[in-house]
Design a protein. Structure first.
Length: 324
């Protein structure tokens, strides 16, 4: 389809330009140069209308989320973003939609210093696949498998906001304070990938994962890959004022924080000797960080505590269920 070839025009100009891209958009393939002493970290994520975002979501939010989920995966490895490829499936050509979508990608490219180096467009249901590549100094990647008993468990930012925001958008709940409501919706529409936190954690964190499916669900990946267990103090979870002031039942607020997805905060482990170091380092960048528990030797077991007492969620609430 000829018209679809023209879509490239929206993406070829206006974005951030990097010196390590020898050939970008416009040829059969891109050519890029990896700096000496660096490894390339690669991740791919697809977001689909009706599965990962609601129908009628603004193009700015779709573009933001498509990029953010990938940069978040790079951040979880400790990588600095460099190059992005974009594959776009569109039901039809809508010029104003494409303009808003591509301008958002360009503005993110300037903010995070990545270059859009290629992509493809097809006609089909609305879905966006992004491949993101970043750099990490040789062998400095942070994996899910390095947590050791005794390490402290930390999270960045606050938890549950995106989940509450989504429920708000679907009219499942109401939030009377308009500023809080808009903060919560924006946390769903425009999640912040923790790129700076990720690179700061290199050589300090023993393991790291980004919270895409919910704190407990993603913690399961870490304890399983690291062959350890964990204690989580639910009363310590960082919960925003927008949630605590509007969700009256404390257990409901904690349930959002522990089980809702799409916050894209980082969950990581740090040995005792690095504990103060990491708190100071992240504070110096104004990145909020909270210690929520500790790694144990009880392999495969997550021990949830509320005010020191054992606690269990209703099982149906555990883990993020996509809303389709
Ligand atoms: Mg991830």
């Amino acid at each position: 389809m000829k018209e679809f070839d023209l879509i490239g025009n929206y993406f070829a100009k206006g974005g951030y330009v990097r010196k390590d891209v020898l050939l970008g958009i416009g040829d059969d393939a891109a050519v890029t140069k990896v700096p000496a002493g660096q490894c390339v970290v690669t991740t791919t994520d697809t977001i689909v209308e009706g599965v990962h975002f609601l129908p009628q979501t603004a193009p700015e939010s779709i573009a933001h989320r498509a990029i953010a989920v990938n940069l978040s995966d790079l951040a979880a490895m400790g990588a600095q973003p460099a190059w992005i490829s974009l594959s776009l499936s569109l039901p039809s050509i809508n010029e104003s939609w494409l303009k808003a979508f591509s301008e958002k990608i360009h503005s993110l490219s300037h903010y995070f210093s990545f270059q859009l180096i290629g992509g493809d467009t097809v006609q089909g249901p609305l879905s966006i696949t992004v491949t993101a590549q970043g750099f990490i100094p040789d062998d400095n990647q942070i994996t899910r498998s390095g947590a050791e008993p005794g390490d402290w468990l930390f999270v960045t930012g606050s938890l549950g906001d995106a989940g509450v925001g989504l429920d708000l958008l679907q009219n499942k709940i109401t939030v009377s304070n308009p500023e809080h409501a808009s903060y919560l919706k924006n946390r769903h529409w425009f999640p912040t990938p923790r790129v700076l936190a990720g690179t700061t954690l290199r050589r300090i964190a023993t393991s790291c994962i980004d919270i895409s499916d919910g704190l407990i669900q993603d913690l399961k990946h870490v304890i399983s890959r690291s062959e350890v267990g964990a204690i989580v103090h639910l009363d310590k979870l960082p919960i925003s004022e927008a949630i605590t002031k509007n969700i009256e039942n404390g257990i409901d607020a904690i349930t959002y924080a522990a089980t809702a997805g799409d916050d894209y905060e980082l969950l990581f482990t740090v040995p005792e000797e690095q504990r103060v170091h990491i708190e100071t380092a992240l504070a110096s960048y104004n990145i909020p960080v909270t210690r929520i528990g500790q790694i144990t030797g009880a392999t495969g077991k997550i021990d949830l505590r509320l005010n020191q007492k054992p606690f269990e969620f209703e099982s149906r609430k555990l883990g993020f269920e996509h809303f389709s």
